[in-house]
Design a protein around this ligand. Sequence first.
Ligand code: FES
Ligand code: FES
Length: 166
Amino acid sequence: MNKEPIRLRVNGRVHELSVPPNKLLLEVLRDDLGLTGTKCGCDDSSCGACTVLVNGEPQMSCLMLAASYQDEEITTIEGLAKNGELDPLQTGFCEEGGAQCGFCTPGMILTCKSYLEKNPDPTEQELREALSGNLCRCTGYTQILASIRRAIELAREGRKVEVSKL
Ligand code: FES
Ligand code: FES
């Protein structure tokens, strides 16, 4: 298939690429940019493992043609740590065992990141609803919810954890 030039802004960096016009954003992130934190769990928009943020809003990258998202601000899990410090959600998941196989974790964290910016003190029911599009096959969700609670505490405390201490 013919390739076409596209320009993607991912994690604050601009990438000039040449890809088939029907290539999915999920495939471009993983295959062309090496950002393998974004996972393919189902390929039919039912698991949320491929979630990335587009202009701060969670979207399933397995549904998106890469060429349609030129010059949008795309954030993957690799872009969440800032200035060498983990996002509180990343620290919370580490401290509370929110990841077992870890396959769902990037999508869970990015969905939560967007949600907590709108609602920083959610009830358990609100959190469950916010995460309803992200499936986990391992944890039973108890540790995931505990991880998010921990992340909310960490954000309140303002405690920073360096990436290198992970
Ligand atoms: S891989 Fe996109 S929703 Fe499952
Ligand atoms: S930790 Fe394995 S799918 Fe969620």
